[in-house]
Design a protein around this ligand. Structure first.
Ligand code: GLN
Ligand code: ZN
Length: 764
């Protein structure tokens, strides 16, 4: 029996890589400094894994920015617009070209945009999308993988296992940048380069190469399936004697089981955390000689492995395959977990004993092998930790569970239908046509963040902090009044982050000091941990909303984060269904909604920024998810009076496949991101005849650019051609937190002017 790891976090225990990259981009350190930092992180990672006792240790899992971008550079899939950059940096090095592809390039008269970035499957990690053209060619360009393999070999010897994204998943991760071809057809041109890379790795002494093919666990077309078969038959023919391991994760093989099992490779890795049920199918059909890697330790979460449960899988496989054909592994790359629990000294020790970060997960993998090989004495402490979590009253609250069980249909329904509510609200709120508002936050400048840092360090008293936040709030209220916005916001200056702010005030959450995970490039996030039944012990936003409302005669919107978004951006419990955790959060938010209403707040926005990204990878699971996600929103909003206007906000735009569920949320007003697509995205709403009010973003907040009033008025005209004008609101795409003041103010002044033009010109 062997053990392996599929990938290790590369940001460094103190986020050294982030800091070094940002220093390099700012021109404060030179390339050799950056490379030194990277070198050290890799060496440390290999040492850590060697010491843990793993048999196969990944290399080339390091990346300065993103592993998919590494692949594009290796395969020479460099979009043509970078050729000028290429010439300019050639004398220098490929790293600058690489960063130009990741971040764009504005230097020496060149102005080249970055490549697109999107979410890596259902994680919060973002990858750089490969761009393909009809005449796409591939050739070996970056030699990074060879260098890293040689370096790894020097540290871990024969255990070094280079990791690449497999050829089919690489193509599927990309995008056709022009019409008239299908990217899977590029496989013919791509495979010879893979052969060249694999042969070279073999010459350098590699025994194993891991090829990640996560798409094997997703819905595939017949053509895609055939592409997999073709690709691996080709590789088998051309590369002789090198052991290839195909890694799948994040879902089960299901209908692709036979396809995956019959690829002519040496080993297959499956994710038994996400899809435990697939083991039986795989064992039933597995061909002779294929080695199976069991992903039993969760690479996506921070909980200690339940050894007994993992061993039940291992022994089943052992019985059928024998020890020689078995590898024990984490479910996927550990990229998605924080690095080291030992660094977390502030967590309640009882709860900490239930957790494991990347480093601890390596030990779990190795311990599982030892137990499976007969050393059962290692079972005990684990069993006790698992039991303690299962029974702890820090986790389980009867009160929360009873309350959820008692919830009934009437609780999730608004009292009247939308049309009735709309009439009542229109009368009460008395807003002009095309009412203007913003999504919640105003620029969070360094001064505001400094205040929080000082408060934390004790350098600022809570009173002084409050006073400073109050002043910022008053100032932005006065400004909104002066500009003529119709529905005001308080600016969210008191909030660090839209999830953390709530998590910190809810029972059932904990926060780490150093639990960073890479989100994209040098950006890291520190997701809260949901460990127990969630309840709200106090008002969370009432004080600030009430304060803000008291400062103006205009309507002041209350601002909350929705349950699915809080769930999506946290490490969640693995001992109960996600839907159940979401409903607990929903009840807490519902209470906050009602408290706001009671405090006189008549318009309440519940942000559900992440509903779409929670969509399951397999289509067959989506309906169920959407059903409970929508239900959770309805729990939050279902208790208010007809007079109270509920808004929701979503910061993305592809609604085509989920529009009926968005409608089922039954928010009185929804604001969405539409400005970049020139209102094209409203088609889905128009086609569906979306019944409620809607604020299509007219101001792209992802750019410092100030749109003119005319530009935004034109967008409103487009929107009014698609949807009833009396349903339209006027607002930016999203919150303004990351923007600078001057551009924000100028853009919002123009936005109010655009609304005035619309009122004058568009018939209602
Ligand atoms: N209310 C939040 C804000 O304005 C919404 C942010 C978001 O949608 N990501 O910051
Ligand atoms: Zn948003």
């Amino acid at each position: 029996m062997q053990t392996q790891n599929l990938g290790y976090p590369r940001i460094g225990g103190q986020r050294q890589l982030k800091k070094a990259c940002e220093q390099y981009w700012a021109g404060n350190i030179d390339l050799s400094d950056l490379q030194k930092t990277a070198f050290k992180i890799r060496q440390e990672n290999w040492q850590t894994q060697l010491q843990a006792g793993l048999d196969l240790i990944p290399c080339n899992d390091f990346s300065f920015y993103d592993q998919t971008l590494d692949m594009s550079l290796m395969l020479g899939a460099i979009p043509k617009r970078y050729s000028a950059v290429l010439t300019e940096v050639k004398s220098n090095n490929e790293t600058d070209l690489y960063f130009a592809m990741a971040r764009g390039y504005q230097k020496n008269g060149l102005d080249v945009t970055a490549m697109e970035m999107t979410k890596w499957f259902d994680t919060n990690y973002h990858y750089i999308v490969p761009e393909f053209t009809a005449d796409q060619e591939f050739k070996l360009f970056s030699e990074k993988v060879f260098g890293e393999f040689v370096a790894a070999k020097a540290v871990v010897g024969d255990k070094a296992k280079p990791v690449l994204i497999g050829p089919v998943s690489y193509l599927l991760l990309g995008k056709e940048k022009e019409e008239g071809f299908d990217r899977t057809d590029l496989i013919k041109k791509l495979l010879p380069v893979y052969v060249q890379i694999l042969q070279r790795l073999q010459q350098l002494g590699a025994n194993w190469v891991q090829l990640d093919e996560p798409f094997l666990a997703l819905d595939l077309s017949e053509k895609e399936k055939a592409t997999f078969t073709h690709a691996y038959q080709y590789l088998k023919k051309e590369v002789y004697g090198l052991k290839l391991m195909v890694a799948t994760y994040f879902e089960g093989l299901l209908d692709n089981t036979l396809l995956a099992l019959n690829l002519p490779v040496a080993a297959l890795h499956i994710d038994l955390v996400r899809a435990p049920g697939q083991l039986e199918d795989v064992l039933a059909e597995i061909p002779q000689n294929l080695i199976l890697s069991l992903g039993v330790v969760d690479g996506r979460n921070i909980w200690k492995n339940d050894f007994e449960n993992s061993l039940s899988f291992i022994s089943k496989a052992l019985e059928k395959l024998g020890a020689e054909r078995l590898i024990i592994a984490p479910s996927c790359s550990l990229l998605h977990t924080p690095i080291d629990l030992d660094a977390e000294t502030g967590i309640d020790p009882e709860i900490r004993n239930w957790m494991a970060f990347a480093k601890q997960k390596l030990d779990e993998v190795v311990t599982l092998k030892k137990i499976a090989s007969g050393d059962t004495s290692l079972l005990n402490p684990n069993g006790e930790a698992i039991k303690s979590r299962r029974t702890s009253n820090k986790v389980h609250s009867k009160k929360v569970q009873d309350r959820l069980a008692a919830l009934n249909v009437a609780d999730v329904e608004r009292k009247a239908d939308f049309k009735t509510r709309q009439k009542i609200q229109k009368k009460r709120l008395n807003l002009p046509a095309f009412p203007t508002t913003t999504i919640g936050s105003f620029p969070q400048t360094d001064d505001i963040r400094q205040l929080r840092a000082k408060l934390k360090k004790g350098e600022l008293s809570p009173e002084a902090y409050d006073k400073a936040i109050q002043n910022a709030t008053i100032e932005i209220i006065r400004w909104q009044e002066a500009v003529g916005l119709d529905v005001l916001v308080h600016g969210e200056f008191e909030r660090n982050d839209m999830v953390e702010y709530f998590g910190e005030q809810l029972a059932g959450f904990l926060f780490t000091k150093n639990g960073w995970v890479q989100s994209y490039g040098s950006r890291c996030v520190k997701p809260p941990v949901i460990y127990g039944d969630i309840s709200r012990t106090n008002d969370m936003t009432v004080r600030w909303s009430q304060f803000a409302a008291s400062q103006t005669d205009k309507w002041m919107k209350g601002m909350l984060t929705g349950p699915v978004t809080i769930l999506q951006w946290s490490f969640v419990r693995d001992d109960q269904e996600r839907s159940l955790t979401t409903n607990q959060i929903a009840l807490a938010i519902r209470d906050e909604v009602l408290a706001l209403e009671k405090a006189g707040i008549s318009i309440i926005q519940i942000d559900e920024a992440a509903i779409r990204e929670g969509l399951p990878l397999r289509k067959a699971k989506r309906a169920d998810y959407l059903q409970w996600a929508v239900e959770a929103f309805r729990i939050t909003a279902g208790g208010v009076a007809n007079e109270t206007q509920i808004h929701t906000h979503m910061c993305y735009s592809e609604f085509n496949d989920i529009i009926e569920h968005i409608a089922a949320m039954d928010a009185d007003v929804i604001t969405i991101e539409t400005s970049r697509s020139q209102m094209e995205l409203l088609q889905a709403f128009a086609h569906f005849k979306y019944p409620n009010e809607i604020g299509p973003g007219v101001y792209d907040i992802h750019s410092p650019r100030v749109p003119s009033a005319k530009e935004m008025a034109d967008l409103l005209e487009k929107a009014a051609a698609l949807l009833p004008a009396e349903h339209l609101w006027v607002n930016p795409d999203c919150g303004l937190k990351t923007r600078k003041w001057p551009e924000t103010k100028a853009a919002l002044e123009n936005m109010v002017a655009a609304a005035r033009q619309a009122r004058a010109h568009i018939m209602i």
